[in-house]
Design a protein around this ligand. Structure first.
Ligand code: SF4
Length: 304
């Protein structure tokens, strides 16, 4: 069955002039049929460079929105548009407007894991790779608001040794990690280095050798002398890491580190999306303009 579906997808992809993008948290079989695998921002940038009529975005809703914002002329289609991100949904545009009203004049740094509407209300976006540099680029202002991820915010606070006004959002998937899990994994694999994502709690970050984004993880394992890693982020990354560094051994910190929304994409849904253009993701022009402005502000600081 797998073989047939893959053939169908290959054929439809050509006929429909589509590019298939998959986040590194997607199921292995979806990563394997994608034209590009990467983090949300990298994928959207890739999409803008490719000659295609449609983008099949295998990830969660805020990522497809970003692809739509950065590729206004292209049709962006999600194989399962019910795949949302609970962290992104922890702040609405109304809540952000109230937060800003309570802190007049303070710039808002918005992690890309957010809705387009929230980005449109923000001063500048950041990714998990460039959050420290982006906050630092705002200089010596009295207050900076940081949304929605308090753990990424805490990571930035510690790196820069300055306080931010944090929104109380977090990723429920990464939040299940506990420091004891890292300690146990270290006992089991004493030669391995530990890398975790900055969406993990500060207590977990304290136990790691590297607190880095998924893109930085992929770069690290390609250049590192170390051949064994314990990985503290969503399980889909293990497939991407093993492709990037086939000689290296990777241990997942816990099998429970699994984002249910990322796992909604199946090959059958990808084939259906190619065939029918369902479900198309659009962002109203005014919101798209605002979100694009915040994303371009990030790029102007060399981020992304
Ligand atoms: S892993 Fe966390 S931040 Fe990423 S899509 Fe899933 S819930 Fe959202």
């Amino acid at each position: 069955m797998g073989m047939n579906l893959v053939d169908t997808i290959q054929q439809l992809r050509r006929e429909r002039r589509a590019v298939i993008l998959a986040h590194t948290y997607q199921p292995a079989e979806v990563q394997d049929i994608a034209d590009f695998v990467g983090d949300s921002y990298g994928l959207s940038k890739q999409a803008s460079l490719v000659d295609a009529d449609r983008i099949i975005f295998c990830g969660v809703l805020f990522m497809a929105e970003t692809a739509a914002v950065l590729n206004p002329g292209r049709r962006v289609v999600m194989p399962d548009a019910t795949a949302g991100c609970p962290m992104a949904d922890m702040i609405t545009a109304d809540q952000l407007r109230a937060f800003k009203a309570a802190h007049p004049g303070a710039p808002v740094v918005c992690y890309v894991n957010s809705t387009a509407e929230v980005k449109a209300e923000s001063t500048i976006c950041c990714t998990s790779s460039n959050a420290v540099e982006i906050v630092n680029s705002l200089g010596d202002v009295p207050e900076i608001l940081f949304v929605p991820d308090k753990f990424l915010g805490r990571f930035v606070e510690r790196k820069l040794n300055r306080k931010l006004v944090l929104w109380d959002g977090f990723c429920p998937t990464h939040a299940i990690l506990r420091p004891e899990m890292v300690q146990k994994a270290r006992r089991e694999h004493p030669n391995a280095q530990v890398m975790v994502h900055p969406e993990c709690s500060p207590e977990v970050q304290d136990q790691a050798d590297h607190v880095i984004s998924t893109g930085q993880m992929l770069a690290l394992v390609k250049r590192s002398e170390c051949r064994e890693f314990i990985v503290g982020t969503e399980e889909g990354i293990l497939h991407a890491l093993r492709r990037a560094a086939p000689q290296t051994v990777f241990h997942h910190l816990t099998p429970f580190l699994r984002c249910p929304n990322m796992k909604k994409t199946t090959l059958a849904k990808v084939a259906h999306a190619l065939e029918t253009d369902e479900t198309r993701i659009t962002v109203p022009p005014a919101v798209a303009d605002g979100a694009r402005r915040a994303i371009l502000a990030m790029l102007a600081h060399g981020g992304g």
